[in-house]
Write a new protein. Structure first.
Length: 144
């Protein structure tokens, strides 16, 4: 297996918590209208707006460092590739409903999900209450 060092180009990296910060829009940072919707598969309520997003223990820098340690079995046709993964951070911090949305090379998304699940997560909060949120990570990687 060929091991490549991957350099993350975070120009196109984004954590998307599927939210609009209503508190900022309404100039009322102390109260957010907690918009939620019911997940049709699990029956759980998923919040689409909140005060603080779900975060991994150690912060994003530690997560990005861990994500940079993936390996590839083959070299892709281009010098960069993109992947997108999605997962639910439950109100108790557990990861569920994880899936690979886009993986141009194959197998990278699965490795990323294993790394995501290896971290402890603090759930999102809305008005001081821990809530479940859907999180999407989309990243472009440049191969060196």
């Amino acid at each position: 297996m060929l091991k490549l060092t991957l350099l993350f180009a975070f120009l196109l990296t984004a954590f998307n918590n599927n939210s609009i910060d209503h508190a900022v829009m309404n100039n009322n940072p102390s109260h957010t209208d907690c918009t939620q919707k019911k997940d049709l598969i699990t029956g759980k309520m998923i919040y689409t707006s909140f005060d603080e997003p779900a975060t991994n223990q150690g912060g994003r820098a530690k997560l990005y460092k861990a994500l940079s340690n993936v390996t590839l079995e083959t070299i892709p046709n281009s010098a960069s590739t993109q992947f997108t993964i999605s997962f639910l951070v439950d109100a108790d911090g557990r990861i569920s409903r994880e899936r690979v949305v886009r993986d141009e090379v194959g197998k990278i998304g699965e490795q990323m999900l294993k790394i995501i699940k290896s971290f402890k997560w603090a759930p999102a909060t809305c008005n001081g209450k821990k809530v479940a949120t859907l999180t999407t990570l989309s990243t472009r990687m440049c191969l060196q």
